[in-house]
Design a protein around this ligand. Structure first.
Ligand code: MEV
Length: 331
């Protein structure tokens, strides 16, 4: 059961999708290894309204400049269908590793599929993945799957109900639901923008070295132990595995001095912390010690981070209709 379908809707149509952070397994997931993601309660919302020509936030020229919007319209907007103005608003910082491009891809896909007559959630996940991958040139379906599903999801780990399975060339990723332990997390953007494609390619080169296969095995065993720890609601062990995962990410070269400064600042009050997303800039995710959430937030801000207290988003991608909330994640 992949969750509630996206229903049919007539223009104007609005959809929203949550951002994400990666708790375990970024980069290794591109190579088919396990990952755990948390859809976070920061959102991108799109509104498509009839207009004389295709526009982005009122500007016809802006479509060509936004790879995600351009790719979405080229792939999914039916030829001959009426033109629309796409208005976008977002509380997710851009180029920060917190899923802003996945959320834009997922929200646009949902709005377009709604206007085309509705779709299964798994179809939205598949199409949003293709869009993000085409616009970015490389990557896994982790970010878009978390945004479409909401809550917590794993890729390529056993256990939990199956949401969908996605493939690209010889790689395949199985996406499953993980129950939310109900923890409060803190994420913080370092202020250093990063490019996912560049970071993924540089890690790919590192993993092609002779010790690459052994490193991938280590990524896998840390992620699987971490996923079990989250399932068992074991905060201390989850934190320990986050630290081990961060060390592996350092070894493949995607930490950054600004990320290390943020992690140093929270160490005394965190059960665990690590970079999240592609790295080389971007953001950190912190699992605070119980009751120390506000201190974590303050320390991250004092260290120069743009910090947010987040929980697992209780809904994935959905239509926004006046007076209603998008559907809750299903198990
Ligand atoms: C980026 O948020 C996560 C990476 O693993 C890339 C991907 O999975 O597409 C670095």
């Amino acid at each position: 059961m992949s969750g509630a379908p996206i229903p049919a809707a007539t223009l104007p149509v609005s959809a929203r999708a949550p951002g994400k952070c990666i708790v375990f397994g970024e980069h290794a997931v591109v190579h088919g290894r396990p990952e755990l993601l948390l859809a976070i309660d920061l959102w991108t919302q799109v509104l498509a309204s009839p207009a004389p020509s295709m526009r982005l936030n009122g500007d016809p020229a802006a479509i060509a400049e936004n790879a995600y919007v351009r790719t979405a319209l080229a792939a999914l907007w039916p030829p001959g269908a009426p033109s629309v103005d796409w208005r976008t608003v977002s509380t997710i910082p851009r180029a920060a590793g917190l899923g802003s491009s996945a959320a834009l891809s997922a929200a646009m896909t949902a709005a377009i599929f709604a206007a085309r007559g509705g779709a299964e959630r798994s179809e939205v996940a598949e199409a949003a993945f293709r869009l993000e991958r085409d616009a970015q040139g490389i990557g896994s379906p982790g970010d878009t799957s978390a945004s479409v599903a909401g809550g917590l999801v794993t890729l390529n780990a056993e256990g939990g109900s199956l949401l969908w399975q996605l493939t690209h060339e010889e790689r395949s990723w199985t996406v499953r639901r993980v129950a939310d332990p109900g923890w409060v997390w803190v994420v913080a953007y370092s202020g250093v923008p990063r490019n996912t494609g560049d970071a993924v390619r540089s890690v790919g080169r590192r993993l092609a070295e002779p010790d690459g296969p052994r490193l991938l095995e280590e990524f896998e065993s840390v992620a699987l132990a971490g996923i079990d720890a989250v399932r068992n609601e074991d905060r201390e062990l989850t934190g320990q595995k986050m630290a081990e995962n961060h060390e592996l990410l350092r070894r493949v070269g995607v930490s950054h001095e600004r990320l290390e400064a943020l992690l140093d600042a929270v160490r005394p009050v965190a059960a665990g912390s690590k970079l999240t997303g592609a790295g080389a800039g971007g953001s950190v995710v912190v699992l605070p010690r119980a009751g120390r959430e506000v201190e974590v937030l303050q320390r991250l801000k004092r260290a120069g981070g743009q910090a947010y207290v987040v929980r697992a988003a209780s809904a994935g991608t959905g239509l926004v209709t006046p007076g209603s909330e998008p559907s809750a994640p299903t198990s």
